[in-house]
Design a protein around this ligand. Structure first.
Ligand code: PLP
Length: 375
């Protein structure tokens, strides 16, 4: 089944819902089974609307099963709790989403769990970091600030030989541009808050993998921690998935034009975007990615304050920490220690992260060009 068809139609059973072309929201907590077993009990365990979203995403990731959770962080936490027990060790990429790092550093250490961060992400580095108690290798490829990548096939092979679970945050790529399960990765995680939702109106998280593993997470982490997605959120996610292919096509088109424009701009010293052959991991990306989404970073040789003032003066970009929505966003991020290690960029470098939206690209470039020329 092609991915467009999955987004548009997979999991839609018209006969089940009186021919409705859009399925209903089962806004109910309880299912009564007094006279007949309907297969559902309580929405913290499962719900028909949520299951439709899960079927679509499992098919998009070419996985056996998927579960929807209340946010990307709920999905990340559930996957990490699933993989780790007391006194285990985890290997994680240093350019990982900062909240994931905070979870590993400031929370999991209460259970004696230790972490080794890998900066360059070569297979040799992963192998050297393995300890007797390593139970999880956690990847984010491309990562969402500097877009560093890891060789998924080689790392999955290494982990399988050593009995280590692999998980990846695949949010940047979406299931349209990268399918890590095909490379042997065990668990694929998405923040559905970004491109999958795409309209900046829902929070959500997804985990995809083998049915046995996903069933385990469903009844343990999701049900016990109470982290299931709300049915209304799931309904909005189904709505969003129907336009995912056209949105991603436009994000990609706009982002490639923008990245090339920035790379040729006299005020820009460096652009970090996996779709440019100047990106250090471009060749690896070509092996793993079938497309490029719309988030990139670039460096302007000015102080953080100067950059911030310039960005606030732009007309067409909003400022904020999220990304992947219809709207273009831009923000200045001072480079911290771990990112500095991973990129070789000096501490405090004024990195600008941009989520290129669906607006007219020429108008977006003109606005940014005006801002850059003023500093
Ligand atoms: C790469 C990445 N993963 C996960 C998350 C967390 O997702 P959520 O905000 O849905 O919890 C984010 C949020 O910004 C992110 O950028």
């Amino acid at each position: 089944m092609d991915k467009h068809h999955i987004c548009l139609h997979h999991g839609d059973d018209y006969d089940r819902f009186h021919g409705a072309i859009v399925p209903p929201i089962f806004q109910t907590t309880l299912f009564t089974n007094k006279t007949k077993d309907h297969g559902y009990i309580y929405t913290r365990s499962s719900n028909p609307t949520i299951e439709i979203a899960e079927q679509k995403i499992a098919a998009l990731e070419e996985g056996e099963a998927a579960i929807c959770l209340s946010s990307g962080m709920a999905a990340i936490s559930a996957a990490i709790f699933h993989a780790l027990s007391k006194d285990d060790h985890v290997i994680c990429v240093s350019s990982v989403y900062p909240r994931t790092r905070a979870l590993l550093n400031a929370y999991m250490n209460r259970f004696g769990i230790s972490v080794t961060y890998i900066s360059k992400g070569t297979v040799e580095q992963f192998e050297a970091a393995i300890q007797f108690n390593t139970k999880l290798i956690y990847l984010e490829s491309p990562s969402s600030l500097i877009f560093s990548m890891q060789d998924l096939t080689e790392i999955a092979k290494l982990a399988q030989q050593r009995g280590i679970i692999t998980a990846i945050d695949n949010t940047w790529s979406t299931p349209l541009f990268q399918n890590p399960l095909k490379h042997g990765i065990d668990l694929v995680i998405h923040s559905a808050t970004k491109y999958l939702g795409g309209h900046s109106d829902i929070l959500g998280g997804i985990i995809v993998g083998k049915k046995s593993r996903i069933d385990h997470i469903r009844v343990r982490e999701r049900e016990m921690l109470g982290a299931i997605m709300d049915p209304h959120q799931a309904w909005l996610l189904i709505r969003s998935l129907r336009t995912l292919p056209v949105r991603m096509k436009q994000h990609q088109e706009n982002a490639l034009i923008m990245a090339n424009f920035l790379e040729g701009h006299p005020k820009v010293t460096r652009v970090l975007y996996p779709g440019l052959n100047s990106h250090p991991d471009y060749e690896l990306g070509k092996k793993q990615l079938s497309g490029y989404s719309g988030v990139m970073s670039f460096i302007v040789d000015r102080t953080y304050d100067q950059i911030h003032t310039m960005l606030r003066g732009l007309q067409l970009y909003e400022m904020g920490p999220s990304w992947g929505g219809f709207e273009s966003l831009i923000s200045g991020i001072p480079i911290q220690e771990l990112f500095s290690e991973a990129t070789g960029l000096p501490l405090g470098t004024g990195l600008i992260r941009m989520s290129v939206g669906l607006e007219d690209i020429q108008t977006l470039m003109d606005d940014l060009d005006g801002g850059l020329r003023r500093i």
